[in-house]
Design a protein. Structure first.
Length: 143
């Protein structure tokens, strides 16, 4: 008897393994890790001095990345793009009351300001004093 049989191999390579290695079926944002540049003073000064909790750190880092680490037309003003608040809550994986509690705390500490629902001003160096020390301006926009 002559003939061939199905092995699942493509040129000696398992086809399932080949698809996984190519990233087929894996969302593009998870194929390769990305990085965001966060100033060291956040870790060296801000977390300890202001006693930020886990939720506040999560929300602040999420907003910081939106403004300063991702493409953003309003970056020179320190502003985020306008988004639905529900989408922001879902993106960070928190309950609505946790998210808005953290927003309030971050605003009281002066790290952010709510411009309108879904849009935030986020300081590059986290405090007005640090912005002054490091020469950060916001193209004449200041909250």
């Amino acid at each position: 008897m002559t003939g061939t049989f199905e092995t699942g191999l493509i040129h000696g390579v398992d086809s399932e393994r080949s698809r996984e290695e190519e990233g087929i079926g894996v969302p593009k944002n998870l194929r390769f890790p990305t990085t965001s540049e966060i100033p060291d003073l956040f870790f060296d000064q801000i977390i300890g001095e202001f006693r930020l909790n886990r939720v506040e750190i999560l929300v602040l880092m999420y907003l910081y990345r939106l403004v300063w680490c991702k493409p953003n037309l309003y970056k020179s003003y320190g502003l985020s793009v306008v988004a639905k608040e529900e989408d922001l809550v879902d993106a960070v994986g928190l309950k609505s009351d946790e998210f808005f509690g953290a927003i309030h705390s971050l605003e009281v500490n002066g790290f952010i300001s709510v411009i309108r629902p879904g849009q935030f001003f986020v300081r590059k160096y986290f405090t007005q004093e640090n912005d002054f020390i490091y020469g950060q301006t916001y193209d004449d926009f200041e909250v």
